[in-house]
Design a protein around this ligand. Sequence first.
Ligand code: ZN
Length: 181
Amino acid sequence: MPLLKIARMGHPILRSVARPVVDPTDAAVRQLIADMRTTLADAEGVGLAAPQVHAGLRVILYRVPGARSTDGTAVPETVLINPVVEPIGTDTEVGWEGCLSIPGLRGCVPRPARIRYTGLDAEGRQVEGEAGGFHARVIQHEVDHLDGILYLDRMPDLRLLSFEDQWRHLLATGPAAPPAG
Ligand code: ZN
């Protein structure tokens, strides 16, 4: 299973709207997911969307480390195909985000605090759930990639954008730190 090259900001694939997957069990889709798993593990990230590896399909992969979740519960590596997200209620939350396509930076991004999501798993079965906290954040960040949106687009205050090696100055005033998505 080869490592895939990760597209970095400026590449047009990151600004394109990805296509829905027609058959999740298609061999090429299975291979893509396997390669995304290898690539995400190698990059030590928490999330990866297919456009980030130059594939214009609506596939995301993510995990929530226990230390990052609101209640301490880890979410194992999860594949969502053709995901759809809708906010629950009107509460928003700010949190730090990073992105494997924007290496070296962290930014503070407001997002809906709770979401409902639906999609298909890697076997093509319908899945649905609700998420809050970092779980909701990582799903929204990855689904944004499928629509050509980067977290920077969601930042109302670019003063809360920082290089990783300068981040400690902002952490004193902002919310706690996540790994890259
Ligand atoms: Zn990203």
